[in-house]
Design a protein around this ligand. Structure first.
Ligand code: SAM
Length: 392
């Protein structure tokens, strides 16, 4: 409805009226003067989705189309661009031609737009006709129609032979909300694996918490974080290095398993909190080697060391106090130091952070970072000051 000329006019009007600061009721009555009730409702919904999408898609949001689920599930452009650049640079296509990619769950197009911008020729499909129409409109709006075809189809019936790479980003949201079980993805994991088995190369986007046993033998699993937050795991077959990888965006710093083994030892002057991508990829020993540190406990992803080594792979804190955890003792220590503001971090601790915050009854002008952890199976609290933060 919004793609017809009358719809585009209504959407332009809705965007302008909302940008002028009108509240939704005033905007609706202004739009109703020149547009039908259906067009008014659709235009207002789309205009507010565009506003919401700016945080993810930046300036492109102003010309794109969205559904609420499509926007939520779309890959962040920086992450999609990283993946597309890897595919573009992998040398998996004939010389001088960009790779041919089959995107079997294209959604509103977050990944396919980045793939086309990286020079890939993309055939895309989605089971949902409305979502597919929106992807097609986004391709046109961003001037990429010469590189992309989009159609409605079920991934299960797709033929990945003839493409350089299969890309799949299955829906992780079912009728009952978000799912963490790959068997409940749509399409389900066995369908995706069957496509992978028939593809020359493949990239599967999954949730960061994908159980290791779901990663196909010989594949590379890459955990990607953006500004310190782990966004996804991408599983690569037919390209990539195999094994585990962690990548930080926007910097693009990347780390692979080196076989390093981390020693365990006492808490030293500095505490390093590794990026979640390195933790998920089981690369904490590699991060420890980068900062010449050791682990506080063999099962906990905190690194400690005597040297301050700035690294994008970990936030660093200077440790001022180490004490066995007890509410009374912690409260007394904070009172003595005049601490009124705390940031509480925990790994390997069952303490309820919000309850603890209340129970501490803080007052004062100072601030500290409290790290709750377990050392040799005993709960400990570390008081720290931030030295460097880690922003990817
Ligand atoms: C996570 S979204 C994809 C997001 C997309 N990569 C992006 O960045 O915008 C998953 C999409 O898969 C589609 N889907 C679910 N089951 C499917 C199937 N069997 N065949 C094709 N598409 C399917 C859903 O309609 C949804 O749009």
């Amino acid at each position: 409805m919004l793609l017809a000329p009358a719809g585009r006019g209504a959407l332009d009007d809705a965007v302008r009226i909302l940008a002028d600061g009108a509240d939704p009721v005033a905007a609706a009555s202004a739009l109703r003067r020149s547009h039908s009730p259906e067009l008014t409702a659709a235009a207002l919904t789309q205009a507010s989705l565009r506003r919401r999408a700016e945080a993810k898609f930046g300036a492109d949001a102003a010309v794109m189309y969205f559904t609420p689920h499509g926007l939520e599930q779309a890959t962040r452009p920086e992450v999609a661009a990283h993946r597309a650049a890897r595919i573009g640079a992998a040398g998996i296509s004939a010389a001088g031609v960009g790779p041919g990619v089959l995107d079997v769950c294209c959604g509103i197009g977050g990944d396919l737009l980045a793939l086309a911008r990286a020079g890939c020729a993309v055939d895309a499909l989605d089971l949902d006709p409305l979502t597919m129409e929106i992807a097609r409109a986004n391709v046109a709006a961003l001037g990429l129609s010469s590189l992309v075809t989009v159609r409605t189809a079920d991934a299960a019936a797709a033929g990945p032979a003839g493409y350089d790479l299969l890309f799949a980003d299955p829906a992780r949201r079912g009728a009952r909300g978000r799912t963490f079980d790959p068997m409940a993805y749509s399409p389900a994991w066995p369908v995706v694996l069957d496509l992978v088995a028939r593809a020359r190369a493949a990239c599967l986007k999954t949730a960061p918490g994908i159980p290791y046993e779901f990663i196909p033998e010989g594949a590379e699993a890459e955990w990607v974080s953006y500004r310190g937050e782990v966004k996804e795991a991408a599983i690569w077959t037919g390209m990539g290095t195999g094994g585990r990888r962690a990548t930080l965006l926007p910097s693009g710093a990347t780390l692979t398993a080196s076989g390093a083994e981390a020693e365990t030892g006492p808490v030293s002057r500095y505490l390093y909190e590794p990026d979640g991508a390195a933790v998920r990829a089981h690369l904490v020993a590699e991060v420890a080697a980068l900062v010449s540190g050791h682990l506080v406990d063999p099962r906990i992803a905190y690194i400690t060391g005597d040297r301050l080594v700035p690294t994008p792979w970990a936030a660093c804190y200077e440790v001022t106090d180490v004490m066995p955890f007890s509410l009374k003792r912690l409260r007394a220590a904070l009172r003595e130091r005049g601490v009124g503001t705390v940031t509480i971090k925990k790994r390997g601790s069952a303490v309820d952070v919000e309850r603890l915050r209340k129970d501490l009854r803080l007052s004062g002008n100072e601030s500290v970072v409290i790290v709750l952890t377990r050392i040799e199976d005993r709960p400990f609290a570390l008081l720290c000051q931030p030295v460097t933060s880690q922003k990817g």
